[in-house]
Design a protein around this ligand. Structure first.
Ligand code: HGY
Ligand code: MN
Ligand code: MN
Ligand code: MN
Length: 423
């Protein structure tokens, strides 16, 4: 049957948009260079804490019962008629990178709250409870491991490991949870939900290229993060002959070039490699760098090819070290996740909801990491992608989805959650 059925529900797109804009003002900054307004709300900073308090207020206004666990994960719960039934879970994250837009993660959290508001306004009760999760440190850019809160909730990482992680100023995540008041009492291990569906911006160009409004996500590619520290020898840039140098800066540059040659070789399938952080010390024009630090972000939908890329990079680092007297390299594993396929039955429920809303949709793999890839260890999991403008740029103040695109995605989420919660 095509076309709207009674459980094809639509949300209040204007109210959703307003809450997205209001939340984006918390941690907002003006980018002088571009004149754009960005968001800087790193996990467990004062801005993130203020954003969390705002989301909790909206959850409580929507009648949700709120709990906070030892990782600072926030859950808002709308009871069902059968309190013994496992809940349908939705949600995402509101922590951001330092140069963010208004939508990454926030759309999934505020979209979930909007779904609950509509269920109440329409007087719809569901057998299953509906819960909205707000997961801590999804971005991983402050404490170095991404999808951290959801990985602990799903039992892949321990709270002790997470609490001990430090930011670049040496502050621990555990200490920041206490300082901001988000070291909650609730059990950090999530009871397996009935299903988890997350709505998120695509953060890429595929939906727009195919001129469709909604993406049914088939899975998330694997992620490998490591930090490399290179120790060389400081030396005068003018007086030191090249053959006497142990140049840490040069070694870092060679690693970046080698990563690109690995990608271009095609030997690692659809490998993507990024050196996002690079610092040399003492970072002065006329001194050969004594030390360099860089991060390597690898992505690959094929776990075997990812493993081979990591091994070959390690071998290259050894060659670099052996080939330069006085140079030593140390690596630190920051994050590692495998390719995660999403639940096919849930993907069909999402696709049917999109059809019932008359929305064109395609299936696609997620290039970005998401909390859903962690929660998938607990229950059937899938995602709804929302189209982005400007080639889907993200992790940038230019990140933008139209009010209509956001409403389309959350309407599909709402109808999907309602259908699952009445099963
Ligand atoms: O890194 C990622 O893919 C995600 O945005 N945390
Ligand atoms: Mn995100
Ligand atoms: Mn992100
Ligand atoms: Mn993500």
């Amino acid at each position: 049957m095509t076309g709207p059925t009674p459980d094809t529900i639509t949300v209040n797109g204007h109210r959703l948009w307003q809450s997205l804009m209001d939340l984006a003002e918390i941690g907002a900054y003006d980018d002088e260079r571009t004149g754009l307004r960005g968001v800087d709300r790193l996990a467990l900073t004062d801005a993130d804490a203020a954003g969390r308090r705002q989301v909790i207020a909206w959850m409580e206004q929507a009648g949700l019962r709120v709990r906070i666990d030892r990782m600072g994960n926030i859950y808002g719960r709308r009871e069902g008629t059968d309190p013994t039934a496992a809940p349908v879970l939705t949600g995402s994250h509101i922590d951001s990178v330092a140069t963010a837009g208004a939508f990454d993660g926030c759309l999934g959290v505020l979209g979930g709250i909007e779904v609950v508001r509509i269920l109440d306004e329409r007087g719809i009760s569901t057998r299953r409870p509906v819960e909205i999760g707000v997961f801590t440190e999804e971005e991983g850019v402050r404490f170095g491991t991404d999808m951290l809160g959801s990985a602990v909730a799903a039992g892949r990482l321990s709270p002790e490991y997470a609490h001990a992680l430090t930011d670049r100023d040496g502050r621990t995540l555990g200490g920041e949870l206490i300082r901001t008041g988000f070291h909650g009492p609730a059990d950090v291990h999530l009871d397996p939900p009935y299903a988890y569906v997350e709505c998120h911006i695509e953060q890429g160009p595929v939906l727009a290229e195919n001129d469709v409004q909604v993406g049914v996500v088939t899975g998330v590619q694997g992620i490998s993060w490591q930090e490399i520290t290179i120790h060389g020898r400081a030396a005068h840039a003018g007086t030191t002959p090249t053959h006497l140098r142990a140049d840490a800066g040069l070694a870092a540059a060679r690693i970046g070039v080698h990563l690109r040659s690995m990608v271009d070789s095609g030997a690692y399938g659809e490998l993507r490699a990024t050196v996002g952080h690079l610092a040399v010390h003492p970072d002065l024009t006329n001194i050969v760098p004594a030390r360099a630090e860089l991060t390597v972000d690898l992505r690959n939908p094929d776990d075997a090819r990812m493993a081979r890329a990591e091994e070959d990079l390690t071998a290259f680092l050894r060659t670099l070290e052996d080939g330069t007297p006085g140079l030593t390299l140390a690596t630190r594993r920051m994050a590692k996740t495998a390719y995660i396929p999403f639940d096919e039955r849930l993907q069909k429920v999402i696709a049917q909801a999109a059809d019932d809303h008359g929305l064109e949709h395609i299936s696609l793999l997620s290039g970005a990491g998401h909390d859903a890839q962690e929660i998938a260890a607990l229950c059937p999991t899938a995602m709804v992608f929302v189209r982005g403008e400007y080639d889907g740029i993200s992790h940038n103040p230019r990140e933008y989805s139209t009010p209509e695109a956001c409403a389309h995605g959350v309407n599909v989420l709402a109808t999907t959650l309602l259908r699952l919660a009445t099963q």
